[in-house]
Design a binder for this molecule. Structure first.
Ligand code: EPU
Length: 335
C-alpha cells in the first residue's frame, strides 16, 4: 500500500484539474482495505474511491483520502459450456483487460473497447457503448466494506444494473470498495453489430471479434477527443429518459429527433438536445463543448473544476430553457 499526503490529483483525472487531496492511498489487496478499516485515524477521514479518474470532476481540493485500487490479478474461473468465467482485479485498466481477453479467445467484450477507466469502474458505472453494456457480461462483484472490513460478493441480480447505474452508486454503498469483478465471457464469437455504424462497416462481412474491436476504436476516435490531448471525461451528461407523451409532442415539432425505446419511457439524445440549443463547439474561456460531439465538455486551457462545473450548468440551463428537459451529469462531482 502506498500512502502520500498533500498529493496532486492532476495526473489522476482526465479533465486535468489541478486539485490536491490531503491523502492519497493506493491499495494492493483486500488485506490493505481490512487494515485501513481498523485504523482509527483513517476512519475519521472522509474518503472517495477513484479508478482512472476518467469520469469525475474534482470541484475543489479534496479534504480526506482518495483511494485507488492497484489490484491487478486475472484468474480464469469455471467453464460452463461455451461460457468462461474470469475474475479480474478492480485496478486493471479496462481496455488492457479487453485486449487481454480477446487475445485469450474470450469474447463478448469487444464492443466495449477503448472506454477509459478501470475494471472496478466498469461495474460501478455500468459502462456502455456501441450496442453493449458491461452488465450483460458481469456475473459477480466483490467489495470490502471499509466500515468494518467485511468482504461481500454481489450476484448479477443484486448489482441492480440500469443505464449507467448500479447498486454501487447508491449512497448507502459509499463505504464499499470494489476489489474484483467476475465476467462471463464466451469462447465462441457472438457478435453484436446492432449499432448503426458497426452494421454499416461490416455490411455483408463476417468479422472477427478483433476486427470489431478495431472498428469500435476507430469509430470512437473519430467522434471523441483523446483526453491526453483535449482533457475531458467522455459524455458529460446522461441521455435523458422522458415520458412517452412528451417524446411524442417533441417529435411533432422535430420529426428528425433521435429517440430510442427505454424501460420507463423514451430515451432522447443529450447530444442532439445540446446541438439544437446552439451549444455545439461553443467555448466560454478555457472550457467548451467538443465540435464533433457536444455531449463532451473539454477543458481546453487548464480550467479549474469549478469553471468546468459552471460551464456544465450553463449547458443544463440553456437546454432547459429551450426544451424544458433537465440534463443530469454522468460525470461524478467530487468536493
Ligand atoms: N448527435 C447530434 N449532434 C452531434 C452529435 C450527435 O445531434 O453533434 C446525435 C446523433 O445524431 C445521434 C445521437 O446524437 O443520433 C447519439 O450520438 P452517439 O451515437 O454519438 O451517442 P451518444 O448517445 O451521444 C452514447 C454514450 C457514449 C457512447 C456512445 C456510443 C451516453 C451518455 N453516452 O453517446 O458513451 O460511446 O453512445 O454507443 O450514453 C460515455 O459514456 O462517456 C460515452 C462516451
Amino acid at each position: 500500500m502506498n500512502i502520500q499526503s498533500h498529493y496532486s490529483l492532476k495526473e489522476h483525472n482526465s479533465f486535468g484539474v489541478d486539485a490536491n487531496t490531503d491523502w492519497w492511498i493506493a491499495f494492493d489487496s483486500e488485506e490493505d482495505l481490512l487494515s485501513l478499516s481498523k485504523d482509527e485515524f483513517f476512519a475519521s477521514l472522509s474518503f472517495v474511491v477513484i479508478g482512472e479518474g476518467t469520469n469525475l470532476l474534482f470541484i475543489d481540493d479534496y479534504h480526506g483520502a482518495v483511494l485507488s485500487s492497484q489490484i491487478s490479478s486475472i484468474e480464469e474461473g469455471e467453464r460452463e459450456g461455451a461460457f468462461q468465467y474470469v475474475r479480474a482485479g478492480s485496478g486493471i485498466v479496462w481496455d488492457d483487460f479487453v485486449a487481454d481477453m480477446l487475445q485469450r479467445g474470450f469474447y463478448g467484450i469487444e464492443n466495449l473497447s477503448a472506454i477509459p477507466g478501470t475494471v472496478g469502474a466498469s461495474a460501478v458505472q455500468n459502462i456502455g457503448a456501441y450496442g453493449a453494456e458491461v452488465s450483460q457480461i458481469i456475473s459477480a462483484v466483490e467489495t470490502v466494506d471499509l466500515h468494518n472490513g467485511e468482504k461481500h460478493t454481489f450476484t448479477h441480480e443484486e448489482c441492480a444494473f440500469a443505464y449507467r447505474k448500479s447498486l454501487f452508486k447508491q449512497p448507502e454503498m459509499a463505504s464499499h470498495v470494489v476489489t474484483h469483478v467476475t465476467y462471463r465471457l464466451s469462447r465462441e464469437p457472438q457478435l453484436n453489430l446492432s449499432y448503426a455504424a458497426l452494421k454499416q462497416t461490416f455490411e455483408g462481412k463476417n468479422p472477427t471479434p478483433l476486427e470489431v474491436r478495431q472498428a469500435v476504436r476507430s469509430i470512437r476516435s473519430a467522434k471523441l477527443p483523446d483526453h491526453h490531448e483535449y482533457p475531458n471525461a467522455g459524455s458529460f451528461f446522461m441521455n435523458p429518459v422522458v415520458e412517452a407523451a412528451l417524446a411524442e409532442t417533441m417529435l411533432k415539432a422535430y420529426p428528425e429527433m433521435p429517440h430510442y425505446p427505454a424501460k420507463d419511457g423514451v430515451k432522447l439524445s443529450a447530444a442532439w438536445l445540446i446541438d439544437q440549443s446552439g451549444l455545439k463547439g461553443i467555448r466560454h474561456g478555457a472550457v467548451g463543448t467538443w465540435p464533433k460531439q457536444p455531449l463532451v465538455i473539454v477543458n481546453y486551457e487548464q480550467a479549474s473544476g469549478r469553471e468546468i462545473a459552471d460551464f456544465a450548468q450553463f449547458v443544463v440551463d440553456t437546454v432547459k430553457k429551450k426544451f424544458a428537459i433537465t440534463l443530469h451529469p454522468e460525470v461524478r462531482y467530487i468536493q
